[in-house]
Design a protein around this ligand. Structure first.
Ligand code: NAD
Length: 458
């Protein structure tokens, strides 16, 4: 590597750069919090992600200019917009869209509605998307967006107005061949349909229907793909099956704990129960529950739909958070927020595998603890990639005016998840590195090849 070009990855592994400290300060100082909650700058997750990448660089023969380009997002879009609430008052919301990289194809990534959304968090999530798409060989780049708000405090009408105004203010920063949003925490098929409808109506009426693929993760009635809603959970299960095959573990009777019972968590649980796996503990934002005889995901799902969370589920015992993480099981599935498995949680886990259904659930300090305790980690970049894979299928179906059967979606998804999983495992074995380093390395190799062939304009 040429010495004169300095990248942020290397330095961030050791310490924050002055520019990043400044940026961190600016983020923390200037972000408004219209919902009145406490604002964290989210740079911890960004720092962790950069450090993990820096570690990977030691195992990849990366051109220095590629490292430099990937060290920062290409575009950071921040919009502040007012929306009238049901009571007639106006509130100001801050929305983000971070476009990390598009060398492989249009920017692609979810939209998160959550009270902890920050610029730093969205930057890290956008960057993860670049590597996820490269690892899975999907012709998309990486992006992420979000609005910091307490979704439970808003009526359906207010959520619709917020979504439509956000989409309007993003304007031409998104597009069906340029940047394609999808659901993430706090958003769903309905949110995507509002985004699609707003975008379609903002632009030329003659080609209106060609713009349905401006978002993916839509409801099936409005142009979504069969299998998209469960896709992330389905992909998590395909990875678990590959891990189990490799280790000679039988999933029938296998016990697991699950944090998060939203889209990803609930679908993972429902699919796992069909394979005979037993859910012994669940945690969400309303509490933690356990039942050593097993919790039925379908029944729990009904309870969550009616009550907004798992608390009060009658067929399980309420426990505290520490007890939840310490439950004896085979597999732990974090499927909620980032930074949940810290050093303490890693020390108390009693399982063989942590599979990161959520993005970024494991802290840097937890990683060596898990490794010392021989607990394997399947990282987010492969584990939860099922969502973006089927989003890609949805985009292709919209483009070709096709509608694939579920079996076709699932079998294509299976093939791609399995391929990525084994490419990661092969690199890990060959280079004697952990799965996360291996997954990033395979992705970085691909990005490096494309940049090397295409060069940098002008
Ligand atoms: P969701 O909004 O549907 O569900 C989130 C779940 O997390 C809920 O059960 C909620 O109660 C729980 N939760 C929130 N705060 C919590 C806390 N403090 N403690 C414990 N639980 C808490 O979100 P989702 O779409 O299922 O996304 C979950 C994770 O999966 C996120 O990290 C997201 O980025 C990732 N992911 C989602 C998709 C997708 O297709 N939806 C794709 C890839 C990755």
């Amino acid at each position: 590597m040429a010495d004169e070009v300095t990248t942020d990855f290397g330095r961030e592994a050791e310490t924050e750069t002055t520019a990043q400290r400044e940026r961190g300060r600016r983020d923390a100082d200037t972000e408004t919090d219209p919902e009145g909650g406490e604002v964290e700058d989210g740079n911890e997750f960004y720092r962790i992600h950069q450090t993990q990448l820096a570690r990977t660089m030691e195992h990849v023969d990366l051109e220095n200019h590629v490292e430099l380009i990937l060290s920062e997002p290409k575009n950071e879009i921040i919009v502040n917009f007012p929306v009238q609430m049901d009571d007639g008052d106006y509130r100001l919301f801050t929305g983000y869209r971070i476009q990390h990289n598009n060398i492989m194809g249009p920017y692609k990534g979810g939209i998160r509605y959550h009270h902890d959304v920050t610029l730093g968090e969205i930057k890290a999530l956008a960057s993860v998307m670049t590597y996820k798409c490269a690892l899975l060989e999907i012709p998309f780049g990486g992006a992420k967006g979000g609005i910091r708000m307490v979704t439970d405090d808003h009526s359906g009408d207010e959520l619709e107005s917020i979504t439509r105004r956000f989409t309007h203010d993003l304007g031409t920063n998104i597009g069906p061949e340029y940047d394609i949003p999808a659901p993430d925490m706090g958003t769903n098929g309905q949110t995507m349909v509002w985004m699609m409808d707003t975008y379609m109506n903002m632009h030329n009426q003659l080609s209106k229907n060609a713009r349905r693929r401006i978002v993916t993760g839509k409801t099936i009635a409005s142009g979504g793909s069969r299998g998209r809603e469960k896709a992330t959970g389905q992909g998590v299960v395909y990875c678990i099956q590959e891990w189990a095959d490799e280790r000679g573990v039988r999933l029938d009777g296998c016990e697991y704990i699950l944090q998060g019972f939203g889209n990803v968590g609930s679908h993972t649980a429902r699919i796992l129960s069909r394979l005979g796996a037993v859910l012994v503990g669940v945690q969400d934002h309303t509490g933690s529950i356990m039942n050593r005889d097993g919790i039925y995901p379908r029944k729990l799902n009904e309870h969550v739909e009616n009550n907004g969370g798992i608390a009060g589920y009658p067929e399980a015992e309420s426990i505290d958070g520490d007890e939840f993480w310490g439950l004896d099981c085979d597999i732990c599935i974090p499927a909620a927020l980032e930074l949940q498995v810290d050093e303490d949680v890693a020390s108390s886990l009693d399982c063989d595998l942590v599979i990161e259904a959520a993005n970024g659930p494991t802290t840097l300090e937890a990683e060596p603890v898990l490794a010392d305790r021989d607990i394997e980690v399947i990282p987010d970049v492969v584990a939860n990639a099922g969502g973006v894979v089927v989003s890609y299928f949805e985009w292709v179906q919209n483009k070709r005016s096709e509608s694939w059967q579920l079996q076709e979606v699932d079998s294509r998804l299976h093939f791609m998840m399995k391929r990525a999983f084994h490419e990661m495992r092969a690199f890990a074995r060959e280079h004697d590195v952990d799965n996360r380093t291996a997954a990033f390395a395979v992705a970085l190799d691909r990005l490096n090849d494309v940049y090397t062939e295409r060069g940098v304009f002008p």
